[in-house]
Design a protein around this ligand. Structure first.
Ligand code: ATP
Length: 677
């Protein structure tokens, strides 16, 4: 570890300054990372490699980082990998000259498509020596596949793109007398084939968290700057400072496309000055911790001033606006989605997806609520279905019936009102590090309510138990989910992007009736129905997600609460995702009785609710954190979470925390940690 950290040894000697970063070099580092579970070692391998990139080929730093996190672009660009197994199998067959049946048989036996690919390569005699892959080339190749437009011939084009990459993979092994990759050793070693396939599947499974790459990048940059100044090794303080800077910059501006070039140009020490929150780049929203009662809230916030806001039940949205005369100030201009006389605006989801096509009506009306003198802002808010006749909020179910894409303003039947609760940026200035009281004042001063179109979240600043209870009752009467209780003053009330924070507590009406918080789980498998339902799936196997191991861990079966029509709809959706056997990154108990009839690619996220958690040997959720795994036996289906990707499902840590909390409520103490995500 210490040599890795201090020694300047290059992890991949075969590459000269100015050469494009060899993909084989990155795969060598991936393989080292895959062989250890120690976080510090993983970090060291990662930062050592980035140091070599910085020294030899800094222009390739951006695609290197993007391949390390397996995201080809920032989330808001909407570019996703996650290619289906059958397509990849076809491409492996075509690239290696093996029949699809043999590939399928291998997949059945090995169960890891990356290894199947690596094995396929090794048995293929090489006719010619292809040009070695570069990191930039692989990034471009993957990008071309991910952005292939749908429609006629799309599958063929994707397969051709994959084939092109795979045919050039592991070129460095050819002609060296090597028999290729021995998949029984070292988890398949640094095979390029393996990592390309995993990248295509959308799961690298290296145990390399995005956060680790961020820290490694900061470290590498600090080392690089120190060595340029002639210092051999930077001090621990310098390393810590670099980390803090990059973390805070990235939390406000989660786009490596913006941050990496700025860091190369201005250095890491001055990054805060050159890289700030800016309209056009959505930041990850701050989230809340659940609480079980108002008294728990009072205990947590004792002696602090706080506010209780209505918790509106709609869809989280982040609205970015720049007036025409301020547009030139921003490098990443807000797209012209919501162009008006006043300026341009964009609306993003909780996942940083562009929602402009879903809410053209909001963008159309927005100029009405922007006051004179408000030149740019980033607004945190909830879009809620609105009853025009009764002039009141409608339950979430109404919003769900709205189309998600290509909505035409004139065809809209479900009207929405925007409820604003936070302001993160105003007139060129980031507000995230200001106290909430100040942000709220600025919010109210910059924008004006318009009935049925735009409103400020209702709130009461009180710490009186009875008054809070009344607010909670009123919020429920107003079709809200309960209250959001937030710290008002001091640094604790700052906006914490991408954090599930102690400083925001949610009190939902359901908790009070003894039902816990809902879980958002990924559908991994299904059981055929009985009786009338044999042609559809009658029950489903659901899992949470463990971001540090990138594994889906099963939590429960669900089989009640579905109508016939819903079961048919789910069957139609899910049968397209059937795979022969569980992916290597699915964790489920081994017993024969526990296995579902079919397994699926991880795609859909469902929200379910249950009473308390019980420990069960049948499931694998949080098995490493609890003495046994957390499972829930009788959950109830609430809705499909269309706004969540499988990686955003409830985490195993949250399941563990829910269980521990439920246990400790009786003992009167709760867990008190924030989660980054
Ligand atoms: P998760 O399921 O991951 O917990 P969620 O989307 O269900 O996330 P919660 O953490 O339960 O969200 O609650 C926070 C959500 O409540 C916000 O994401 C936002 O969409 C919504 N919300 C409604 N009113 C408010 C408010 N006044 N302040 C903050 N968030 C609010």
């Amino acid at each position: 570890q210490s040599t890795l950290k201090a020694g300047g040894e290059d992890p991949y000697p075969d590459w000269k300054a100015g050469d494009p970063v060899p993909f084989a070099a990155l795969c060598t580092t991936f393989s080292k990372i895959e062989m250890t579970t120690k976080r510090l070692e993983i970090l060291a391998h990662c930062s050592l490699f980035l140091r070599q990139v910085l020294r030899l080929t800094p222009n390739d730093l951006l695609p290197t980082v993007q391949l390390m996190i397996n995201k080809l672009a920032a989330d808001y660009a909407g570019i996703e990998l996650g290619i289906g197994e059958s397509l990849i199998m076809k491409a492996i067959g075509e690239a290696t000259g093996r029949s699809l049946n043999i590939i399928k048989a291998d997949q059945n036996e090995i169960g890891d498509l990356g290894l199947v690919a690596a094995k396929s390569r090794s048995t293929q005699p090489t006719m010619f020596k292809p040009k070695p892959l570069t990191v930039r080339g692989v990034h471009e190749g993957l990008m071309a596949i991910a952005t292939t437009s749908e429609g006629a011939g799309a599958q063929g084009r994707k397969i051709a793109g994959i084939k092109k990459l795979l045919s050039a993979a592991d070129a460095h092994l050819a002609g060296k007398g090597s028999k290729g990759v021995d998949i029984t050793k070292d988890k398949g070693g640094p095979s390029e084939m393996k990592y390309i396939v995993r990248a295509l599947e959308g799961k690298m499974r290296l145990g390399l968290a995005d956060k680790t790459v961020l820290v490694a990048l900061a470290q590498a940059m600090v080392f690089h700057e120190a060595s340029q100044k002639g210092d051999k090794i930077p001090s621990t303080e310098q390393l810590a400072k670099g980390e803090t800077i990059l973390k805070s910059v990235y939390s406000e501006l989660p786009s490596y496309e913006v941050v990496v070039p700025a860091m190369l140009e201005h250095g890491i020490t001055n990054l805060r000055e050159s890289c700030k929150l800016q309209p056009g780049v959505p930041l990850k929203p701050m989230l809340a911790k659940p609480t079980k009662s108002i008294t728990e809230v009072l205990d947590r916030f004792e002696g602090k001033s706080f506010t209780c806001e209505y918790k509106y039940d709609g869809e989280r949205a982040q609205i970015h606006f720049v007036a025409h005369d301020a547009a030139q100030e921003y490098a990443t201009a807000v797209s012209a989605a919501g162009k008006s006389d006043k300026g341009v605006a964009n609306i993003f989801s909780r996942n940083s997806e562009d929602l402009s096509k879903k809410y053209p009506d909001i963008l159309q009306k927005l100029p009405m609520w922007v006051k004179e003198g408000t030149k740019s802002f980033v607004l945190d808010c909830e879009t809620v279905a609105w009853d025009v006749a009764q002039k009141k909020v409608l339950p979430f179910q109404h919003l769900m019936t709205r189309k998600r894409k290509d909505v035409k303003a004139e065809e809209i039947t479900v009207k929405v009102c925007v409820f604003a609760f936070d302001l993160l940026f105003l007139n060129g200035e980031a507000l995230v590090n200001k106290p909430f009281r100040e942000r709220r004042e600025k919010l109210h001063a910059a924008l004006q309510p318009i009935e049925g179109e735009f409103a400020f979240a209702q709130y009461g600043d009180t710490s009186d138990l009875n008054e809070i209870q009344t607010l909670l009752d009123d919020s429920v009467k107003a079709s809200c989910e309960g209250l959001m209780v937030k710290m008002l003053d001091g640094p604790e009330s700052n906006y914490e992007p991408s954090r599930r924070s102690q400083n925001w507590l949610k009190v939902k009406k359901d908790y009070l009736s003894g039902v816990g918080d809902s879980l958002d789980l990924v559908v991994l498998g299904a059981y055929f129905g009985r009786g009338k339902r044999t042609s559809v799936y009658g029950a489903f196997l659901l899992a949470c997600y463990n971001p540090s191991t990138q594994v889906y861990e099963t939590v429960c079966n669900i089989g009640t609460g579905f109508s016939e029509a819903v079961l048919e709809e789910f069957h139609a959706q899910l049968k397209e995702l059937v795979i022969e056997r569980p992916k290597p990154f699915y964790a489920h108990a081994a017993g024969n009785n526990y296995q579902p009839d079919v397994w699926f690619e991880a795609k859909y996220v469902w929200e379910v609710k249950t009473a308390d958690l019980t420990l069960s040997p049948r499931y694998k959720a949080a098995a490493d954190q609890l003495s046994n795994s957390g499972g829930r036996e009788f959950p109830r289906f609430i809705k499909v979470r269309e706004d969540k990707r499988p990686e955003q499902a409830t985490t195993s840590r949250m399941v563990a925390e829910m269980y521990q909390k439920q246990e400790s409520v009786a003992k009167n103490k709760g867990p008190a940690v924030d989660d980054d995500f």
